[in-house]
Design a protein around this ligand. Structure first.
Ligand code: BTN
Length: 255
């Protein structure tokens, strides 16, 4: 029997059996004036979306949620919220894992457990005139019971890594509490604490990675993040590149 999740103070739950995309639903509510803290949770999505225009397959059994925020920050300052959310998700999921199972962050917003992608964050925003945000939606998908087996980067699911059945409501509660905590830290202290937490568990930091951009693929040493969360790469030709959008992959073996 399922039970209603208990969300932390400041959160208002909209629970749906099914919808197209919780981000779409949250955007619609935000445009109608929904308050910060409105959290749309669906058991199933029929048009779930991922970063960079990709689909996010969303069968029942996994977690799909979108949180409405109304940050009093410039768009450039709020751009790091996807990474703040990834850190919050990573912290929350760590508690369900057996000791020694590693939680890592793959740039920008992916959460890896045991080497596979278990969750991702889709950040969307709407403007209210130039330089002013009307709303930000943090869309979070976490593979609990199942995961796709044909993704460019290998996926996994939490129950496989935990070796145990997990209740969706319990994971939703833990993620919400962690989001509340990390968003509070971000409001009070800015991005730096989340940036440090992210870097401490960054996947492949100090190693050669491949970064797929819109129209080119770069290979280089993953040096770190700048203050805004952009990825810093040292290329083989001795130059440095700052990347603000792309997909990080394992470097291909070159012969
Ligand atoms: C990624 O590409 O890694 C981000 C995936 C984000 C998926 C979540 S599921 C809940 C919310 N609704 C959506 O349509 N997408 C996000």
């Amino acid at each position: 029997m399922s039970r209603p999740p208990r969300l932390p103070p400041g959160f208002r739950l909209i629970a749906l059996e099914r919808c197209g995309s919780t981000n779409e639903e949250a955007r619609r509510l935000a445009e109608e004036g929904a308050e910060e803290g409105t959290l749309v949770w669906a058991r199933e999505q029929t048009a779930g979306r991922g970063r960079r225009g990709r689909k996010w397959r969303s069968p029942r059994g996994n977690l799909y949620l979108s949180l409405v925020l109304r940050p009093r920050a410039a768009p450039a300052e709020a751009a790091c919220l996807g990474m703040v959310a990834a850190v919050a998700v990573g912290d929350a999921l760590g508690a369900f894992m057996p000791p020694l199972t590693e939680v890592r962050f793959k740039w920008p917003n992916d959460v890896l457990v045991g080497g596979g992608k278990v969750g991702g964050v889709l950040l969307e925003s709407g403007a209210q005139g130039p330089g002013r945000l009307a709303w930000v939606i943090l869309g979070i998908g976490i593979n609990i019971e199942s995961c796709p087996d044909d993704t460019p980067f290998p996926a996994t699911c939490l129950e496989r890594e935990a070796g145990a059945k997990l209740e969706l409501e319990t994971v939703l509660e833990a993620v919400s509490r962690s989001l509340r905590r990390w968003l509070h830290i971000w409001r009070e202290e800015g991005f730096q604490p989340a940036r440090e937490a992210w870097l401490a568990r960054a996947w492949k930091r100090g190693e050669v990675i491949e970064v797929r951009l819109e129209d080119e693929t770069l290979a280089g040493l993953f040096e770190g993040l700048d203050a805004s969360g952009a990825l810093l790469l040292a290329l083989e030709n001795g130059r440095h590149r700052r990347v603000s959008a792309g997909d990080v992959m394992e470097a291909s073996v070159r012969t």
